[in-house]
Design a protein around this ligand. Structure first.
Ligand code: CAO
Length: 652
C-alpha cells in the first residue's frame, strides 16, 4: 500500500474552478471514477481517477481555482497500481499526447489492450461525399463504448449526423479534434476491441459502415397520394420511408392555410440519434394538418392535406421515398445527405430564428425544457454546446429568486436567517394556520378592499341586554352583543342584497343569494376558524345566542366539520371581548363584505343640546370594491347602525 497524489491533469493552460467533488474521504474508488468536476468559461470536465484506491484526503474545495499539477486527492493504492497509475484526463480535454502530471494516457491502455484485444483505427464512413466538420466528440480516451454509441457528430451545410461506433471496445485515443474538417476515411479514434472481434474490426471504413449501415438522418420527401386531379386537387401527404421504426414529431413547420413550395420543410422528426426535416414533395396550399407535435410517426402516416394544382398533381403524386433513409443505429448513409437536401439536423434554423445546436444538445435542451433561442452558443459559428445549456440552466437556477415572482407578479419576501440576530425557536405552523394564511393572501391579492368605519350607539341595546341577563341564565345561555349583531346584519343583508352576493368564477356575473348564512370568526389555540350560522334572518336572538356559544365551543374543541364552515354570505369578526378601537378585516372571499367589531366604549355624544354619555360600538366594514360601491356601503352601514341603535326596528 502507498499513498499517491492525484493531480490536476493538463487542462489546456488556464485556471479552472472546482465545481463539484464527487468523492469523500474513505470512499473506495475505481479507476476512471469521476473524482472532481472542473469548469472553465468554455467547458466543464470530469476528472477521472487514474487508479483505484481509497480516498485518504481531499486537497481542494468546491470553488477553488486550480491549474495543471494542483493536488486534488491523496489516494491509498495497492503497490503495483501505485507504481504505474493510468492517466487521469478530464473528459473534454482528452488529448493522447497530453503531458499530464498524471502520466501519459493512451499507452498503458493500448498495451493492456493488446494482450487480449486488438487496437483498430475507426475512420469516418462514407457520408455522401465532400467534407464535414467535427462539431462534437462524444467519447474520450479510456471510455468503454458499446457498438452503436455515438463517437462524433459531423456537420455539413445541410445536416449533422452522429457517427456510431461500428463495434464495442475501449477508446485508446481520440485522433480527431473538434472543429476539424474531415472526409470519408479520416481516422477518428483508436479502439481496443476484443481479440475475437478483431477480424471484423479491421474492415475499411466504407465496409464498416455496411454491417451497421443504418443511414442516419435522411428524410426523404414525404410521399403524396392524390385525391383528385382537377384544376386543384387535395392530396394527403404521407411520411416516406425513413428507415423503419418510429420517430417523434418534434415540430410542425406549417399551418393550415400556408402556401408552401416544393421542398419546404413540413415537419421535423426525431429519433434517438438524429432529427430530420421532412420536405414537401410538391408545392401547394396546406388544407389541414393531420399530425401533431409529440406524436410517434412511422412510414405512411398522414402528415397533412395539401391542395395542389391539378397539372402538377399527377406527376408529383407518387414521389419515391428516398432509398437511403434513417434507421436506428445510424451510420451516415452514402446517399443520406444527397437524398435529403432539406435535411437540417442540428444546424436547422427555425423559421425566423437561428438556433444552432447538435442533436444531442437539443435533446438536453428538451429534457430541461430550455428554449434554445435564448442560449448564446459558444461553439464554432455560434453553435450551442452542452456546456452552454448547462450554464444557461445553472444561471436560471441561480437567478430564480430574483427572476421568479409570485403568481401575481409580486417579488417574494427574501429568506432571512433570523438566528444571526439572536436566539430563535422554529415551530411548524398548524394546518389551520397554513390554510388561513393561504386564504388571507388569496383574498388580499384578489379583492380590492375598501374599509369604512362607523360607531353604532348601542346604549339601548346594552340596556336591553342587561335586562335579559336573568332570563338568559334561566335559559342557560349567555347573551352578548354578538347575537344582536348577527340579527342586525342579516336584516341589513336582506335590505341590501348586493352585500349578500358573490362574483362568479368568470367575474362576469353576480350571484345573489336568497339565504342569509353568516360566518363568525372564532379565535382558537389552533388558529382562526369561521363557523357559519345558517339562516340567521330566520332565527331568534335566543337561538343565535345559543348557536354562537355552541359553535364557538366546537371551534375551540376542534369539533367543527367542514360543512359547519361552508356557505357563508357575510362574516362578523368580533374583537370586542379583547379590545382595540378599530381594525380593517379582510373580506372572506368569495363573500363581498365583512364586519369588524371592536370594543365598545362610552363616549360623549352631542344630542342637540348637550353631550351625553353613550355606549358606542366601533364597527369597520370592509368590502370588495369590484362589487360594492362606497355609496352601497354607506347605505348598508347607516342602516345597520340604525338597527343597532334601536333594536325595535329589527322586528319591523
Ligand atoms: N365590546 C365590549 N364587550 C364585548 C364586546 C364588545 N364589542 N363583544 C363581547 N363583549 C363582551 C361580552 O359581552 C362578554 O362579556 P360579559 O360576559 O360581561 O357579557 C365578553 O366580552 C366575552 O364575550 P365572548 O367572547 O365570550 O362572546 P362573544 O359572543 O362576544 O364572542 C366569539 C364569541 C366566539 C366570537 C369570541 O369568543 C371570539 O373568538 N372572538 C375572536 C374573534 C376573532 O379572532 N376575530 C379576529 C378575526 S381576524 O383575525
Amino acid at each position: 500500500m502507498s499513498i499517491q497524489t492525484v493531480k490536476v491533469p493538463d487542462i489546456g493552460g488556464d485556471e479552472v474552478e472546482v465545481i463539484e467533488i464527487c468523492v469523500a474521504v474513505g470512499d473506495q474508488i475505481a479507476a476512471e471514477d469521476s473524482i472532481v468536476v472542473l469548469e472553465s468559461d468554455k467547458a466543464s470536465m470530469e476528472v477521472p481517477a487514474p487508479f483505484a484506491g481509497t480516498v485518504k484526503a481531499i486537497n481542494v474545495a468546491v470553488g477553488d481555482n486550480v491549474s495543471e499539477g494542483a493536488a486534488l486527492l491523496e489516494v491509498e493504492v495497492a503497490g503495483e497500481a501505485a507504481a504505474e497509475p493510468e492517466a487521469a484526463q478530464p473528459a473534454p480535454a482528452a488529448e493522447p499526447e497530453s503531458e499530464s502530471k498524471l502520466e501519459p494516457e493512451p499507452e498503458p491502455a493500448a498495451q493492456a489492450a493488446t494482450a487480449a484485444s486488438a487496437v483498430e483505427v475507426i475512420n469516418v464512413p462514407d457520408f455522401g461525399g465532400g467534407e464535414a466538420e467535427v462539431i462534437e466528440l462524444c467519447i474520450k480516451a479510456g471510455d468503454e463504448i458499446a457498438e452503436g454509441d455515438s463517437i462524433i457528430v459531423l456537420e455539413t451545410d445541410k445536416a449533422s449526423m452522429e457517427v456510431p461506433a461500428p463495434k464495442a471496445g475501449k477508446v485508446v485515443s481520440v485522433i480527431i479534434a473538434e472543429g476539424a474538417q474531415v472526409s470519408e476515411g479520416a481516422a477518428l479514434i483508436e479502439l481496443a476491441v476484443a481479440a475475437a472481434s478483431a477480424p471484423a474490426a479491421a474492415a475499411k471504413p466504407a465496409e464498416q459502415a455496411a454491417p451497421a449501415a443504418q443511414p442516419a438522418q435522411a428524410a426523404a420527401p414525404a410521399s403524396s397520394a392524390p385525391v383528385a386531379n382537377t384544376a386543384t386537387a387535395v392530396e394527403t401527404i404521407k411520411l416516406p420511408d425513413f428507415g423503419g421504426g418510429e420517430a417523434e414529431v418534434i415540430e410542425v413547420c406549417v399551418a393550415a392555410g400556408d402556401e408552401i413550395a416544393e421542398g419546404d420543410s413540413i415537419i421535423v422528426l426525431e429519433t434517438d440519434k438524429a432529427s430530420m426535416e421532412v420536405p414537401a414533395p410538391k408545392a401547394g396550399k396546406v388544407v389541414s394538418i393531420t399530425i401533431s407535435v409529440g406524436s410517434q410517426a412511422s412510414e405512411g402516416d398522414a402528415v397533412l392535406e395539401l391542395e395542389v394544382q391539378g397539372a402538377a398533381a399527377a406527376p408529383a403524386s407518387a414521389p419515391a421515398p428516398a432509398p437511403a433513409a434513417v434507421a436506428a443505429t445510424a451510420t451516415p448513409a452514402p446517399a443520406a445527405v444527397e437524398a435529403a437536401p432539406q435535411q437540417r439536423v442540428s444546424g436547422r434554423d427555425f423559421v425566423g430564428d437561428a438556433m444552432y445546436a447538435g442533436p444531442a444538445v437539443r435533446k438536453i435542451m428538451r429534457e430541461f425544457g430550455v428554449d434554445g433561442l435564448k442560449i448564446k452558443g459558444t461553439g464554432p459559428k455560434g453553435r450551442i454546446l452542452k456546456e452552454d445549456v448547462q450554464k444557461f440552466v445553472k444561471d436560471a437556477l441561480a437567478n430564480k429568486p430574483a427572476a421568479v415572482t409570485g403568481g401575481s407578479g409580486i417579488p417574494p419576501i427574501p429568506a432571512v436567517d433570523f438566528a444571526q440576530f439572536g436566539e430563535v425557536e422554529i415551530k411548524p405552523l398548524s394546518k389551520i394556520a397554513k390554510v388561513t394564511a393561504a386564504n388571507m393572501q388569496r383574498s388580499w391579492l384578489n379583492v380590492p378592499h375598501v374599509t369604512q368605519f362607523d360607531d353604532a350607539d348601542i346604549s339601548d341595546l346594552e340596556d336591553f341586554r342587561a335586562n335579559l341577563k336573568a332570563e338568559a341564565e334561566k335559559r342557560g345561555v349567555k347573551i352578548t352583543p354578538l347575537p344582536f349583531l348577527l340579527k342586525a346584519c342579516a336584516n341589513a343583508l336582506r335590505a341590501n342584497p348586493i352585500f349578500n352576493s358573490s362574483l362568479d368564477a368568470t367575474g362576469e356575473n353576480l350571484v345573489y343569494k336568497d339565504y342569509v348564512h353568516i360566518g363568525m370568526a372564532v379565535d382558537t389555540p389552533a388558529g382562526l376558524m369561521v363557523p357559519v350560522i345558517r339562516d340567521v334572518d330566520k332565527k331568534s336572538i335566543w337561538d343565535l345566542a345559543a348557536e354562537t356559544a355552541e359553535l364557538g365551543a366546537k371551534a375551540k374543541d376542534r369539533k367543527l366539520k367542514p360543512a359547519d364552515m361552508q356557505g357563508g354570505c357575510f362574516t362578523i369578526s368580533s374583537l370586542g371581548n379583547i379590545g382595540g378601537t378599530g381594525f380593517t378585516p379582510i373580506v372572506n372571499a368569495p363573500e363581498v363584505a365583512i364586519l369588524g367589531v371592536s370594543k365598545l366604549a362610552v363616549k360623549p355624544v352631542w344630542d342637540g343640546s348637550e353631550f351625553v354619555p353613550r355606549k358606542m360600538l366601533p364597527l369597520a366594514l370592509s368590502y370588495d370594491h369590484r362589487v360594492v360601491n362606497g355609496a352601497d356601503a354607506g347605505r348598508f352601514f347607516t342602516y345597520l347602525s340604525s338597527l343597532l341603535a334601536d333594536i325595535r326596528r329589527l322586528a319591523l
